[in-house]
Write a protein that binds this ligand. Structure first.
Ligand SMILES: Nc1nc2c(ncn2[C@@H]2O[C@H](COP(=O)(O)OP(=O)(O)O)[C@@H](O)[C@H]2O)c(=O)[nH]1
Ligand SMILES: [Mg+2]
Length: 300
């Protein structure tokens, strides 16, 4: 085999700008869950794209925010962790001409490590008047000496090939850290838990999904006449009895809807029939209880 190269790339930005969507589009599969609610992503997730001798490893991160719980502290710390030790920094923003302090802080952090920094302006499919995009590019160019500015749409894929080409300029000669067919560093159990949590973000209102954690208790393959079935047992933890009631819904309708949608997503992701069983439990104030946070996988 010829010489191999790789680069570690941190994707950072404010909540909801489309970091996780972009990660999924770049690696060509869903490895990170997406919703229109802030703080959907809770930990650093690696997505991997290998093309011949080049391996790009993307680090998706939670959005920058002021933490109000220990879970929030963990999330913000995991942004910092992802930003150190990478080869390239990518700040993702929406196509608006406003620069926020949280974004300036991220840029300073990249600069202090002397990393190349790219600006990705996402969601350009929402921009009708392209002169607005030019204004936006101008504002950002004056703000920081980016190594490149790339307008993209994670939704339509527009501009993402150009982004990959640009990123390929920053690779180093090194062995590959993941097998060529790997798409993520997440164990399957974690991905399954995330796919279930995603459906709760999409179906439940307001604060409830932010207080939910999912743990996969069991995930086992079983040979049947119909082919392989994946048995998945999931525990859903919420913060209050009233929340548990809302997750389950009248006559269990909500939980049925959530688990059916999650099962369909799991079947796509794992390419197998899935038998998903869910149990809903209450752990009061788990977002501030370190032992529970560790148990739910939120630890550095
Ligand atoms: N129109 C449009 N919406 C997008 C695009 N990328 C992401 N979104 C939406 O923006 C919301 C936040 O996306 P997500 O990837 O979870 O953002 P994150 O919090 O930065 O990881 C979701 O509703 C996405 O569907 C895009 O390129 N175009
Ligand atoms: Mg995200």
């Amino acid at each position: 085999m010829g010489t191999t190269t790789s680069a570690f790339i941190a994707l950072v930005g404010r909540p909801n700008v489309g970091k996780s969507s972009l990660l999924n589009t770049l690696v060509g599969q869903k490895v990170a869950i997406v919703s229109d609610k802030p703080q959907t992503t809770r930990n650093r997730i690696m997505g991997v794209l290998t093309r011949d001798t080049v391996q790009l490893v993307f680090l998706d991160t939670p959005g920058t925010h002021r933490p109000r719980t220990r879970l929030g502290d963990f999330m913000v710390k995991s942004i910092g962790e992802a930003m150190t030790g990478v080869d390239v920094g990518v700040l993702i923003v929406e196509p608006t001409a406003t620069v926020r302090d949280s974004e300036r802080e991220l840029l300073q952090k990249f600069r202090s490590q002397k990393l190349p920094v790219l600006l990705v302006i996402n969601k350009i499919d929402t921009v009708e008047d392209k002169s607005n995009l030019l204004t936006c590019i101008d504002v950002w160019r004056q703000e920081f000496a980016f190594d490149a500015i790339l307008p993209v749409s994670a939704l339509t894929g527009e501009g993402t090939n150009e982004l990959l080409t640009e990123l390929s300029k920053y690779v180093f000669e090194s062995p590959h850290f993941f097998p060529a067919d790997a798409i993520s560093d997440q164990p399957e159990k974690v991905l399954a838990a995330e796919l279930l949590r995603e459906q709760m973000l999409l179906s439940l209102r307001d604060e409830i999904p932010h207080g939910i954690a999912v743990v996969i208790e069991r995930m086992e393959e079983r040979e049947t006449e119909r082919g392989v079935i994946l048995d998945i047992d999931a525990e859903i933890f919420c913060e209050r009895d009233t929340h548990k009631g809302m997750v389950i819904g009248k006559k269990g309708v909500m939980l049925k809807r959530i688990s059916t949608a999650a099962r369909e997503e799991m079947e796509k992701t794992f390419d197998a029939h899935v038998n998903l069983q869910c149990w809903v439990k209450v752990k009061e104030d788990w977002r501030n209880r370190q032992g529970l946070l560790n148990g739910f996988g939120y630890r550095l």
